[in-house]
Write a protein that binds this ligand. Structure first.
Ligand SMILES: *[C@@H]1O[C@H](CO)[C@@H](O)[C@H](O)[C@H]1NC(C)=O
Ligand SMILES: *[C@@H]1O[C@H](CO)[C@@H](O)[C@H](O)[C@H]1NC(C)=O
Ligand SMILES: *[C@@H]1O[C@H](CO)[C@@H](O)[C@H](O)[C@H]1NC(C)=O
Ligand SMILES: *[C@@H]1O[C@H](CO)[C@@H](O)[C@H](O)[C@H]1NC(C)=O
Ligand SMILES: *[C@@H]1O[C@H](CO)[C@@H](O)[C@H](O)[C@H]1NC(C)=O
Ligand SMILES: *[C@@H]1O[C@H](CO)[C@@H](O)[C@H](O)[C@H]1NC(C)=O
Ligand SMILES: *[C@@H]1O[C@H](CO)[C@@H](O)[C@H](O)[C@H]1NC(C)=O
Ligand SMILES: *[C@@H]1O[C@H](CO)[C@@H](O)[C@H](O)[C@H]1NC(C)=O
Ligand SMILES: *[C@@H]1O[C@H](CO)[C@@H](O)[C@H](O)[C@H]1NC(C)=O
Length: 655
């Protein structure tokens, strides 16, 4: 292990930032992961950084089988998925917090966020997928000549409704927001979904304007425009008449789709993604209403949104410890995917990719100790792989403000931009693991190997490329330090020979309850616990080589409880999942200073189905260094007195 940057040098003066030096803007004084044992009574800060852990579920008794047989077949297997890309698992970013997460203007991108995205790109060989939208897209307005206050995005709170529920704020934004997204794409090839307002279909001029601008600014990096966010909740949430049903929705969609077809400024007509239903309607019923045929020329993709649980406390409070076990076995992913299985083939047959535009562990902010745990990491990977097997092509994890537990990444809030770094949520690691599971070939097909029939805590998947098995993904959902629930996966290959040895990368943590001491192949994003991330992996990369039993044509892979493992069956497969240095490609962007400040209030109007509060300014300045990828900017001298700077003397590599 390389020394972690614990011993940051504290400098009083620095030369202008250098390309090969990472400057940490934070003086981390907390004790790192030891803080994870703090009691909830002691913690009064933001939910997103709450170090409180809950007890891991008791291990199964008797323990799960100690051997899990896995049979691979040279030439392929039945029920392989469509070819998938390594960027399958990405981010859903609530519009109302998009400026604080992605960047306040196109010259001030958030460097840690670029690194988080770049980590995916380097493993997937394709740009990360992001969606900007959510409930707050419904009342958005684009001001093409900019906002009066010069901001990129303004949130106008709408007070509390008669029912006591806080109204969704109005979002006004300027084209700068789209330029920010475009700049991010330029640096890390990000691909975007962007939301259109759908609150008043009679007045859709601005939605058409957004469509035009998003297409013009983002070009091919725009995947689709989301029309309607969870329309199956409009009736319940007072957005439409309480009786609002699928045929009303079809009428609404037809109105805007028709206007879009006629709008001269909107050049790409097949540009929409919908219906983005979550809760009250079944996808099959929307298809039966003629959705795919009626809107075949306007729809680019088909979407759903879904959270397996909620913490809305509308009908009783759920104790996180009670619900934790329901995330920690393969039934959870299976139950999640089941409602879509019949519809996906019909959607793909119509030529539309199927995407899960928004998900996370639980809506209304998630559960403390669950949504931010290593258990959630394992759950997210299993879910993403299960959806990939069901032929979804994108799965986007919702990311909101500081009042939620489930964010994969969270910038420091306004009052902490000068003292803290970003917080890596446990589920961010799932993005790395999923990216490497598919790798960069774009031809990876996945299959659930059915080992959940041996143990529901030990699902597994195989990746096939061009008919040959190249990787195996293994899970152990059990938390058991005694070793009694460790198992050995015995991988055999029919019709071929197992290699003499395989490479294995483990995703590890001491318990499913762990929040910060999580490593992927020996590397962590949180070298000092909460709020200690610059978006770069720290520590040395540990890929384990495990010798196989060539006499019996079997590879035995040890699986500690808990863990995830990715077994690479060939050197090429390992290479295709590993960031490659050289070729002038930067492995990380260099963060410099955090600037600005000022928390901007609370955005609970979007809390009800999924979202949370609002972040302050966590921006870091960037500019493009001539002729190379690293983004570096000299720190404004005036800020030097305020910031304590640490320097990591080593090259800031992303792996
Ligand atoms: C920032 O505000 C939060 C919430 O009020 C508080 O918990 C935290 O300690 C503050 N941080 C600093 C550095 O003052
Ligand atoms: C971008 O934001 C920075 C920091 O808030 C500010 O100094 C700069 O003037 C802004 N640039 C533009 C073009 O708005
Ligand atoms: C729709 O949203 C816009 C922009 O926020 C707002 O001006 C308008 O009043 C809303 N219309 C309805 C019917 O709610
Ligand atoms: C970001 O976009 C602006 C245009 O708004 C452009 O001038 C600038 O060069 C871009 N920066 C990067 C790093 O792409
Ligand atoms: C949907 O609601 C409309 C009134 O808004 C009603 O006329 C129609 O019968 C309803 N359709 C179904 C299938 O319930
Ligand atoms: C497994 O997960 C399912 C679905 O989430 C849950 O209902 C069940 O209780 C879990 N089983 C165990 C043994 O924890
Ligand atoms: C996914 O697509 C493949 C290839 O078309 C097909 O064989 C498979 O049955 C599909 N899987 C599901 C769950 O629909
Ligand atoms: C995979 O697809 C991405 C676009 O999503 C493309 O940039 C990349 O070159 C492709 N890789 C291969 C190996 O074809
Ligand atoms: C972190 O977890 C690993 C097991 O995954 C354990 O060996 C190590 O001691 C833990 N480190 C700390 C600081 O708790």
């Amino acid at each position: 292990m390389l020394p972690l940057p614990l011993s940051l040098l504290i400098l009083s003066l620095l030369p202008p930032a250098l390309a090969d030096v990472t400057i940490y803007t934070t003086l981390t004084t907390s004790a790192g992961s030891s803080a994870a044992t703090a009691s909830s009574a002691a913690y009064t800060g933001y939910a997103a950084f709450d170090p409180t852990t809950i007890a891991a579920p008791a291990p199964p008794s008797p323990p799960q089988p100690s051997t899990v047989p896995i049979a691979l077949y040279a030439g392929g297997m039945d029920t392989l998925s469509i070819p998938q890309k390594g960027n399958l698992l990405g981010f859903s970013v609530e519009l109302s917090v998009s400026d604080t997460i992605i960047g306040k203007n196109s010259s001030v991108l958030n460097v840690p966020f670029l690194n988080y995205l770049n980590n995916i790109r380097l493993r997937a060989g394709a740009g990360p997928i992001l969606r900007v939208g959510g409930n707050s897209q419904e009342t958005e307005t684009l001001f093409v000549s900019g906002l009066p206050d010069g901001a990129e995005l303004d949130k106008i709170n709408q007070g509390v409704g008669a029912d006591g529920v806080i109204n969704t704020p109005i979002i006004n934004f300027s084209p700068e927001l789209l330029y920010v997204l475009s700049n991010v794409s330029e640096l890390v090839n990000a691909q975007w979904y962007f939301g259109l307002a759908f609150n008043d279909t009679a007045a859709d001029e601005n939605a058409l304007l957004v469509a035009q601008w998003a297409q013009d600014v983002l070009g091919d990096n725009l995947l689709a425009l989301q029309l309607g966010n969870e329309p199956d909740l409009y009736g319940d949430h007072g957005k439409r008449d309480p009786s609002y049903n699928i045929s009303d929705y079809m009428t609404d969609f037809a109105k805007v789709e028709g206007d879009l077809m006629a709008a001269p400024g909107v050049e790409r007509k097949q540009t929409l993604v919908g219906p983005s239903i979550c809760c009250n309607w079944a996808i099959g019923d929307v298809l039966d209403a003629g959705y795919l045929t009626q809107f075949g020329s306007g729809l680019a993709q088909v979407s759903v949104q879904h959270y397996p649980a909620n913490n809305c406390k509308l009908s009783g409070v759920i104790d996180p410890e009670d619900i934790f076990p329901s995330y920690l076995n393969h039934s959870s992913a299976q139950a999640f995917v089941a409602p879509y299985l019949a519809a996906v083939p019909e959607i793909l047959a119509a030529g539309k990719p199927m995407v899960l535009l928004e998900t996370n562990t639980a809506s209304c902010g998630g559960f403390l100790g669950v949504s931010d745990s290593f258990g959630a990491t394992l759950w997210t990977i299993d879910l993403a792989l299960q959806l990939a097997w069901a032929n979804f092509t994108a799965v986007l994890l919702h990311t909101s403000g500081t009042s939620v537990y489930y964010n994969p990444v969270t910038p420091p809030p306004g009052n902490e931009t000068r003292t803290k770094q970003w917080n890596t949520g446990s589920t961010y690691y799932a993005m790395l693991a999923v990216a490497e599971t598919f790798g960069s070939s774009n031809v990876s097909q996945i299959v659930d190997l059915g080992t959940w029939e041996t143990s529901i805590y030990a699902p597994s998947y195989a990746i096939y490329e061009n008919g040959a098995p190249t990787r195996v993904a293994l899970f152990n959902f059990v938390s058991d330090p005694s070793g009694a629930n460790d198992y050995t996966a015995t991988i055999t290959l029919s019709g071929g020979s197992m290699p003499a040895s395989v490479n294995v990368r483990y995703l590890s943590a001491p318990s499913v309850s762990e929040k910060y001491n999580i490593t992927w192949a020996g590397q962590t994003l949180s070298p000092n616990g909460a709020q200690s991330s610059d978006g770069v992996l720290h520590g040395s990369l540990e890929t384990e080589q495990i010798a196989c039993d060539t006499t019996n044509n079997v590879c035995n892979i040890p699986m500690q409880a808990p863990s995830f493992a990715l077994v690479f069956l060939s050197q090429e497969a390992l290479q295709a999942s590993t960031p490659q240095s050289g070729g002038g490609e930067a492995l990380s962007f260099t963060p410099t200073a955090t600037v600005g400040g000022g928390a901007t209030g609370v955005d609970p109007g979007v809390l009800e189905t999924s979202n949370g509060g609002v972040l302050g300014d966590g921006s870091g300045s960037t500019s493009k260094e001539s002729g190379s990828r690293p983004v570096v900017v000299a720190l404004a001298p005036s800020a030097w007195g305020v910031l304590l700077l640490g320097v990591l003397g080593a090259l800031a590599v992303g792996w």
